[in-house]
Design a protein around this ligand. Structure first.
Ligand code: NAP
Length: 249
């Protein structure tokens, strides 16, 4: 089945990998980016890629509705740029604001079947249902302080809270998955696992190659069995050392 996917954050470290992997899978991609010059090499002019250069948070609702119309899925790999200005400067609500706007556009377009919304975030984001049993008091306290002091940390949590609480389950326009990788590292697609729960402490983190995180998000967008397994959940993605296991979804 041919698919069209809207990608935001496609110029980022993980988003670039998502873009290349989607095109390699034969998917048609619409990418909203601030600057096309930051797209990965080799994709410019691709017949299945449409690039929209725009400030996502400044787009008019009608424009956003048009760009996401007829898309089967939306993948967000947005993240605050890791610089003093990127972390502490505006927009403080990059991820939440984009998620809200995109979800509103999807809803107003009135899709015939729910659109898959895939949000890339982090293991530092709590499951809003409070089901992250592994977090001890020290870790909870640290995360609480970080959310007070560091805007991107608060922003990522709010975006996940929005999908869980406001979009919720059984929404007629949107189904969602919040993807929580551990520390991002370089590397190729390799063995990885998706877990329902946290599997490591923030004080002793696991790692996830950006290629693996991209691979999992592409699977979610294109593979209905994998989507059905994770819809409405917040999987934690970690690499599996080569000697220990094989890819598992
Ligand atoms: N670093 C880690 O170890 C780690 C671990 C787990 C999860 N995460 C989370 O994973 C997500 C993606 O991380 P990443 O390292 O792959 O991302 P990244 O390389 O920092 O890329 C961020 C993307 O967001 C875009 N962006 C930033 N500010 C924007 C704005 N004001 N308006 C529109 N677009 C904007 C960037 O566009 P430009 O190219 O135009 O700047 C880029 O496409 C983030 O939410 C991050 O918190 C990170």
């Amino acid at each position: 089945m041919s698919r069209t996917i809207l990608l935001v954050g496609g110029t980022g470290r993980t988003g670039r990998r998502v873009l290349v992997q989607l095109l390699d899978r034969g998917v048609t991609v619409r990418a909203i980016v601030r600057s096309a010059s930051r797209l990965p090499p080799g994709v410019s002019g691709h017949p299945r890629l449409r690039v929209v250069e725009a400030e996502l948070l400044a787009m008019r609702p009608a424009e956003l509705i048009e760009h996401q119309r007829d898309c089967d899925a939306v993948i967000s790999c947005l993240g605050h740029v890791l610089s003093l200005k990127g972390v502490f400067g505006p927009p403080h609500d990059l991820v939440t604001g984009a998620t809200r706007r995109l979800c509103r556009a999807i809803t107003e377009a009135g899709p015939t079947a729910p659109v898959r919304f895939i949000l890339m975030t982090s293991v530092s984001v709590n499951h809003p249902a409070g089901t992250d049993a592994l977090r001890g008091p020290l870790e909870k306290g640290l995360l609480w302080a970080l959310r007070g002091l560091v805007p991107p940390s608060r922003d990522n949590q709010r975006a996940a809270d929005f999908l869980f609480r406001e979009v919720g389950a059984g929404n007629r326009a949107i189904d969602w998955v919040v993807v929580r990788p551990d520390s991002l590292i370089e590397g190729e697609v390799s063995a990885y696992a998706a877990h329902d729960q946290l599997v490591a402490s923030l004080f002793k983190p696991d790692s996830s190659t950006m290629a693996n995180v991209a691979h999992f998000m592409c699977d979610l967008a294109t593979d209905s069995a994998i989507w059905d397994r994770w819809v409405g959940r917040m999987p934690v993605i970690v690499d599996v050392p080569a000697a220990v296991g094989s890819k598992k979804n």
